[in-house]
Design a protein around this ligand. Structure first.
Ligand SMILES: [Cu+2]
Length: 146
């Protein structure tokens, strides 16, 4: 299980993530099983970018949707047309992702489950392929010694 949407008020940690062409900074994040992290994601680039927590398989299923958004004008290189997305019923308000225009910042709070193969990626067509992907390394919870 990759986990679930977390309660921002109970976050163990806050990690700031910057998105540019075509990278995440940081591109590797450590997480512990059961830990709740709030990601404060900023689009510091010039294109639309997405921060999507998930697995290779989930992103593969998501990419067609993103291509369709591009083709139908719901999203351009540097803009997200929320009205058109709403009309098409594609609001992208999933708890594990945010889609941001240049200059925008949004938060994603996630409670991590058991150690699993997951990371974060931008599924705007062409971006993940160009290296816009990051790793999550699971680390053991260190218990305080008494
Ligand atoms: Cu991107």
């Amino acid at each position: 299980m990759m986990g679930q949407s977390g309660n921002p008020a109970k976050a163990d940690r806050v990690i700031e993530v910057s998105m540019t062409e075509m990278a995440f900074e940081p591109s590797n994040i450590q997480a512990m099983e059961g830990e709740t992290i709030t990601f404060v994601v900023s689009n510091d680039g010039e294109f639309v970018h997405e921060f999507n927590l998930g697995t290779e398989r989930m992103w593969q299923g998501h990419i067609d949707e993103m291509k369709k958004m591009m083709e139908t004008g719901m999203m351009t290189v540097d803009e997200v047309n929320h009205d058109k997305m709403m009309q098409a019923g594609m609001m992208h308000d999933d708890a594990n992702s945010v889609l941001l225009e240049p200059g925008q910042t949004a938060k994603v709070t996630w409670t991590f489950g058991k150690k699993t193969e997951m990371g974060f990626a931008c599924n705007v067509p062409g971006h993940r392929e160009s290296g816009m992907v990051g790793d999550i390394t699971f680390v053991k919870r260190v218990l305080p010694s008494s």
